[in-house]
Design a protein around this ligand. Structure first.
Ligand SMILES: CC(C)(COP(=O)(O)OP(=O)(O)OC[C@H]1O[C@@H](n2cnc3c(N)ncnc32)[C@H](O)[C@@H]1OP(=O)(O)O)[C@@H](O)C(=O)NCCC(=O)NCCS
Length: 205
């Protein structure tokens, strides 16, 4: 698997096709898109895909070359792209967030009562860790792994997240049919340098 962590000032420009799809966006959006594409370009090169235009699909999902799965995330000051050959990974989801409490008006729509209770216990053991932010991020990572395979919306209420202090989490997808993904996915989280990151990789077959 190939991962690149980058800064918000990417060294390489967009391909002409990528530049066209983001041309009308506001400057901050163009910057984050460009930073994510610059990271993706490096991981794609490492996988042998040169000059691939990583265009967005209808729901903004990056359209990786055949035989590649990957994921992109950005937050202020940081972009990340991760990709792997489909033989090695069925799906990948990654999400980076600023290490800060989740805004109070968002918390209620992201977690249910059971998740809120678990978060309260984690926060009592380890107050500095932004547990609610991590739970939110884990759901974003699950969605990014899920969507390219299923092409279906998944709401915050459709996934239950169980965070552990050891840097892992479990995600339970509350759907009758989750194929080809398993219903329970395991992921990892980390915190440092002002950001939190969650990620999951589903092994290939
Ligand atoms: C799409 C979404 C997950 C992006 O997350 P975000 O925290 O806003 O932004 P991030 O920087 O972490 O990620 C953005 C990147 O995700 C990727 N992405 C966007 N939509 C995607 C999709 N449908 N499938 C896979 N990846 C997607 C893109 O690469 C995007 O960057 P780009 O537009 O520059 O290429 C989020 O905006 C969203 O729509 N969430 C609602 C769905 C959800 O999270 N459900 C949770 C329950 S599982």
């Amino acid at each position: 698997m190939h991962t690149l962590w980058g800064t918000a000032t990417p060294p390489s420009p967009l391909t002409p096709a990528e530049a066209r799809v983001i041309a009308a966006a506001v400057p901050s959006r163009r910057r984050e898109f460009t930073a994510g594409r610059a990271c993706a370009r490096v991981v794609l090169e490492e996988l042998g895909h040169h000059d691939w235009s990583l265009l967005p699909g209808p729901r903004r999902e990056p359209l990786w070359p055949d035989g590649v799965v990957g994921s992109i995330s950005h937050c202020p000051g940081l972009a990340v792209a991760v990709a792997a050959r489909s033989a090695d990974a069925l799906a990948i989801g990654i999400d980076v967030e600023t290490d800060a409490p989740l805004p109070a008006n968002v918390v209620g729509s992201v977690m249910d009562a059971g998740e809120a209770q678990a978060i309260e216990q984690l926060a009592a053991q380890d107050p500095p860790t932004p547990w609610e932010r991590l739970l939110f991020s884990a759901k974003e990572s699950v969605y990014k792994a899920w969507y390219p395979l299923r092409h279906e919306w998944l709401g915050f209420e459709d996934v239950g997240i169980e965070l552990s202090p050891d840097g892992t989490f479990l995600a339970r997808i509350r759907r009758a049919d989750t194929a080809p993904l398993p219903r329970v996915l395991s992921g990892r989280w980390a915190r440092g340098n002002g950001v939190v990151v969650t990620a999951l990789v589903l092994p290939g077959r």
